[in-house]
Design a protein around this ligand. Structure first.
Ligand code: 5GP
Length: 201
């Protein structure tokens, strides 16, 4: 239930973080979450299979196709998109509740999803994380040893397409180059803090 508390404020902020696979956006996202006391990470629903490093309810809510379709029919998503042939969606009600409590709500979503959110909530602040170079991104995808070679090449091609789409979309307020994780995380934290202060002024 969305019951307001006496301490609730109206200065919640919606932060979108996107970037291609392997660019380090999850590390940056978690860094922003740790660095901002009242921030919360939005746990998406997905139909992709759970990997060994995933924790149910922390990284994603893992659901089957039927359940995801049911959620679409019930208008449960603020946005949803298909990425690598799997569906991913942001829980609408939870995000609204957190925003009404004045929290910084972090969505780690793809470009399609970011475009949908920005169309509905233009006040959302959207950041896209870029690799220093394409070659560096390919090397990182290899190094994390998460997928077989064929999948890596698919993700690499998709990454190049996604970067071009992000740049052309007009949905992003800032682009951060991740040539150093600590610096990129600090950049993200600074941008978010400045943006939030501007929103409060
Ligand atoms: P992964 O399966 O590697 O965790 O995520 C694949 C892609 O799906 C990433 O680009 C990630 O940002 C995106 N993604 C994760 N959750 C959502 C979501 O709720 N909505 C959308 N549109 N994309 C998502």
């Amino acid at each position: 239930m969305n019951r307001r508390l006496p301490t609730d404020t109206d200065d919640g902020m919606l932060l979108i973080i996107s970037g291609p696979s392997g660019v380090g956006k999850t590390t940056i996202t978690r860094g922003v979450e740790r660095g901002i006391a009242d921030s919360v990470f939005s746990v998406s629903a997905t139909t992709r299979p759970k990997t060994a490093s995933d924790v149910e309810g922390v990284d994603y809510h893992f659901v089957d196709d039927a359940e995801f379709c049911h959620m679409i029919e019930n208008d449960a998503f603020l946005e949803w998109a298909e990425v690598f042939d799997r569906k991913y969606g942001t829980p609408r009600k939870w995000v609204r509740e957190q925003l009404s409590r004045g929290r910084l709500v972090i969505l780690e979503i793809d470009v399609e999803g970011a475009k949908q959110v920005k169309a509905r909530m233009p006040e959302a602040f959207a950041v896209f994380v870029l690799p220093p170079t394409e070659q560096e991104l390919l090397d990182r995808l290899h190094k994390r040893k998460r997928e077989p070679e064929e999948q890596i090449l698919k993700r690499f091609a998709e990454a190049k397409r996604e970067i071009a789409e992000a740049q052309a979309s007009g949905a992003y307020d800032a682009f951060i180059v991740n040539d150093d994780l600590d610096r990129a995380t600090a950049d993200a934290l600074r941008l978010v803090t400045e943006q939030r202060a501007a929103g409060r002024a």
